[in-house]
Design a protein around this ligand. Structure first.
Ligand SMILES: [Zn+2]
Length: 264
């Protein structure tokens, strides 16, 4: 029976004992395998960082981690000295996000990192992969979380805009993943107008575009006249929803794109 005794859960990460590597460690280590770019998984300061090219680009944007990086494509296997094979597979969570398949001593172990199984136009879809042991986490895994269809939520957002042509619809979104997903879903719904961004969201959106995710006409709120924002869709980090920044907007109707994207 598989027991994956060669993998240990430590408070600061998942330790692959035979190869002395860590998955998503919370403190600097000699060699880190990173599932994706969110700050609770990817941190700077490791000797060597192995991740997808997209995740490495996100980490470089956030932490300037250009040194000691080793990019691996989806489906590519890295043989770690000490005898563990590691393969990065799509996790469907954000751009570049991966599950790591680990093979050692005849056992196949998957560490999913964050993942989702719903389609997301901004990243590769989750790959179902057979394994003996699954190590996972689930932020919204409890049955109490009901995820309505994305199309329905985007429809509500667009209806709110149509019903209030003198106001703007302001959506709070995290900079990595949620912002680009909301934009891409608006485009998929046929919304052709410029989408206005808080400055804190701009660089990550540009990085997505560099990796081929088309987001259409994006503009900065700081470049807008107030009247241009009437009837517009505006995205900002959740922290900006109620701060001074939002006062420049024309009577915003606010919504929050959270884990299950419910538009109030
Ligand atoms: Zn994440």
């Amino acid at each position: 029976m598989a027991n994956a005794s060669w993998i240990r859960a430590e408070p600061w990460g998942i330790h692959l004992v035979p190869v002395d590597c860590w998955i998503d460690p919370a403190r600097p280590v000699e060699r880190a395998l990173i599932t994706h770019g969110h700050a609770d998984h990817a941190r700077g300061g490791h000797g060597e960082t192995i991740a997808t090219p997209e995740t490495l680009a996100i980490m470089d944007l956030r932490y300037n981690t250009r040194a000691g990086v080793r990019p691996v494509a989806y489906g590519e296997t890295v043989r770690l000295a000490g005898g563990v094979d590691a393969t990065w597979l799509p996790a469907g969570h954000v751009l570049g996000s991966a599950q790591v398949l680990l093979e050692h001593a005849g056992e196949r172990v998957i560490v999913t990192g964050d993942f989702k199984r719903r389609p997301d136009p901004t990243c590769a879809p989750f790959a179902v992969t057979p394994c003996d042991v699954l190590i996972t986490e689930a932020t919204f895994g409890l049955p109490v979380f009901i995820h309505p269809p994305v199309e329905e939520e985007i429809g509500k957002l667009l209806s709110a805009r149509t019903a209030n042509p003198d106001r703007c619809v302001l959506v709070g979104t995290y900079a990595l993943g949620k912002a680009q997903r909301v934009i891409a879903e608006l485009r998929r719904a046929g919304y052709p107008e410029p989408i206005w961004l808080h400055g804190a969201l701009e660089r990550m959106c540009r990085l997505y575009e560099e990796f081929g995710v088309e987001l259409g006409d994006l503009r900065l709120v700081s470049d807008a006249q107030k009247d241009e924002l009437r009837g517009a869709v505006v995205l900002c980090p959740p922290s900006a929803l109620s701060d001074r920044w939002s006062r420049r907007l024309p009577e915003p109707i606010t919504a929050m794109a959270s884990g299950w994207m419910r538009v109030r």
